[in-house]
Design a protein around this ligand. Structure first.
Ligand code: NAD
Length: 393
């Protein structure tokens, strides 16, 4: 009998209007000086003001740090960590997509540690996180990463990405209010939505999947399948935004506990080398990785097909797994994301370097139901370049 380690964030508010819970939650921690970590777009469109106005009206001393950029490089993380240490803040609130939330948790934890953030990276770091850090509240404004309920902070390096990870990076409170996502533009809605779908799909087929994460992942897939296209077509579709918020939140809980695998391992170098947004890197690879591994997890792929709205009852597991890949391809295409590496102007000459970087993502690759070795990874990138789903030889 296997034992699953299941960890959830201590407190989550999820639902339209849940931002109202911010003040009572901040009050619990009695902070004197609050750092809000966000990005310039959210400041410009007034979303940050909406979050902090009630705080300043209550007399809290609030400083807004809005220098976060998408897919934040390590250097931006280093700057924010130094700033947080010097500023003597006693609470951090992250407002934004995964980029802002990841840096908020990094800053909150490393504010009470010594040395650069680089020392704490998973692949190359030499130090371990050992203190909880400042209290942190995370408020997502995209429906995608699930960062509000995970214990990782992702940073872009020269050619790939790496993470700082520890349960101390978990938020004390996550506030998931779909109302904050209404302004997300269609292309970002599409990319972040496929990111959430990828989290759920990879968690469901992960070697670490458990009955707890299975339920979370399948419900996430159902919600995303029924509402992602609608949210991309009409950002004001309230029910679609609610479904996407719930879907990405559930997918976050699922993948945090079961892990993601091959899609993410191959997507990180695309982000690192070609600066493709995380959701789009996952989206372009999703059908090719799942097509390559489908026979190793055919029964689970059949379940995913059903959650996507298909019907596996008259199909063999093998046929259903094939249909599942087709359905994943269709949803990526319907939301307008290019379906080959060429669609992102990635040249054929790049495939070898991508392969060499993806091989290093051992933490992620270890969760794949089909072990993915160097030749497999090369074959999947080749398939994504040619636009033809490949299978192991
Ligand atoms: P993002 O945070 O980079 O935001 C993408 C763009 O959308 C930005 O320009 C931002 O300003 C804009 N935006 C965000 N919310 C908006 C809103 N409500 N209205 C209008 N514009 C809005 O994108 P993301 O996909 O949410 O996050 C990506 C990052 O998260 C990557 O670095 C990725 O590696 C990381 N990530 C982290 C985890 C985790 O568990 N920590 C999981 C997956 C991905």
């Amino acid at each position: 009998m296997s034992v699953s380690r299941i960890v959830f964030t201590p407190l989550n508010y999820v639902g339209w209007g849940s931002l109202e819970q911010l003040i009572p939650e901040v009050e619990r921690f009695s902070p004197k000086k609050i750092l809000v970590v966000t990005d310039p777009v959210l400041e410009k469109i007034g979303l940050v003001q909406r979050v902090i106005r009630p705080l300043t009206e209550q007399g809290y001393d609030v400083y807004v740090y809005s220098d976060v950029v998408p897919e934040p490089p390590l250097e931006i993380g280093e700057k924010l960590v130094s700033f947080t240490r010097q500023g003597r803040f006693d609470m951090v609130i992250g407002v934004g997509g995964g980029s802002a939330m990841d840096l908020a948790k990094l800053a909150a934890v490393l504010a009470v540690h010594e040395g650069p953030a680089a020392d704490y990276l998973n692949l190359t770091g030499t130090k371990k996180v050992h203190k909880k850090g400042l209290p942190k509240i995370l408020i997502p404004t995209t429906s995608g990463t699930g960062s509000e309920v995970t214990n990782i902070s992702v940073l872009s390096l020269d050619t790939t990405k790496d993470v700082v990870t520890h349960d101390y990076l978990l938020a004390d409170v996550a506030i998931v209010d779909p109302e904050l996502t209404v302004s997300v533009p269609p292309r970002v809605t599409a990319a972040t939505g496929i990111d959430a779908l990828t989290h759920a799909v990879e968690a469901y087929v992960s070697v670490n999947a458990s009955p707890t994460t299975d339920g979370l992942a399948l419900q996430a897939i159902r919600l995303i399948a029924r509402s992602l296209r609608k949210a991309v077509e009409n950002g004001n579709d309230k029910q679609a935004r609610i479904d996407m918020s719930n879907g990405s939140y559930l997918a976050g809980l699922a993948f945090f506990n079961a892990g993601v695998a091959g899609v993410h391992a191959l997507a990180y170098p695309l982000g690192g080398q070609f600066h493709i947004p995380h959701g789009e890197s996952n989206a372009v690879l999703l059908p090719y990785v799942m097509g390559y591994i489908r026979k190793s997890c055919a029964k689970r792929m059949a379940d995913i097909l059903n959650a996507l709205g298909g019907n596996s009852s008259y199909l063999s597991e093998e046929e259903a797994s094939y249909r599942c890949v087709e359905e994943l391809e269709r949803i990526v295409r319907d939301v307008g994301i290019p379906r080959t590496l060429g669609g992102f102007h990635i040249p054929e000459t790049a495939l070898e370097r991508l392969t060499q970087d993806a091989v290093k993502q051992k933490r992620l690759l270890a969760r794949s139901p089909l072990p993915l070795l160097e030749d497999d990874i090369r074959a999947i990138y080749r398939a994504a370049f040619d636009g033809v789903v490949a299978e192991p030889r």
